[in-house]
Design a protein around this ligand. Structure first.
Ligand code: S3P
Length: 172
């Protein structure tokens, strides 16, 4: 197992914001799988979903994990909300390092993502219901992929970062 810190969780739970802060604090690189995919394809996630479909996007997610496993340098990695759903990805995530699930209530997610148009899966009539349904479907998968669960509701970014730094000895 490698020594990366990998943040998983539902869209809007703060993976990228927290990951970036952690990486800065620890002076290690930060990598976001969505960003990796967008850079590789040269288009946005919404465009990939619209032109090539979700299945193609999911293939790229697995490819990104395999690529990361080849790299030696320790990183903070944040992964797209749907990435841990694939069983193969759960195994790859575990090989990458310590996997932390940032767990948030549907209402927290809804408040944070209200008006966001960059998540194709939430462009629906009733996004709150969609969030609830997806969390229900994914919870078991997130738990299977994660080594630790951290509750984020009502906590500031600073508090969450400090909590991770306290738990992950060797990061400070
Ligand atoms: C998705 C989450 C998004 C992005 C894509 C699909 C999902 O990433 O990968 O829109 O299936 O939950 P974030 O969790 O970074 O928003």
């Amino acid at each position: 197992m490698k020594n990366n810190i990998v943040l998983i969780g539902y869209m809007g739970c703060g993976k990228s914001t927290i990951g970036l802060k952690l990486a800065k604090f620890c002076s290690v690189p930060f990598l976001d799988t969505d960003q990796w995919i967008e850079e590789r394809e040269g288009v946005t996630i919404s465009e990939i979903f619209a032109t090539k479909g979700e299945a193609y996007f999911r293939e790229l997610e697995t490819e990104c994990l395999k690529e990361l496993l080849k790299q030696e340098e320790r990183k903070i990695i944040s992964v797209g909300g749907g990435l841990p759903v694939r069983e193969e990805n759960q195994k790859l995530l575990k090989q990458l390092g310590q996997v932390i699930y940032l767990k948030a209530n549907p209402e927290t997610i809804y408040e944070r993502l209200k008006g966001d148009t960059s998540r194709p899966l939430l462009q629906t009539e009733n996004p709150l219901q969609k969030i609830k349904d997806m969390i229900k479907d994914r919870e078991e998968k997130y738990q299977a992929a994660a080594g630790k669960v951290l509750l984020v509701d009502g906590k500031s970014v600073k508090e969450i970062v400090e909590e991770i730094l306290d738990k992950e000895k060797g990061l400070k």
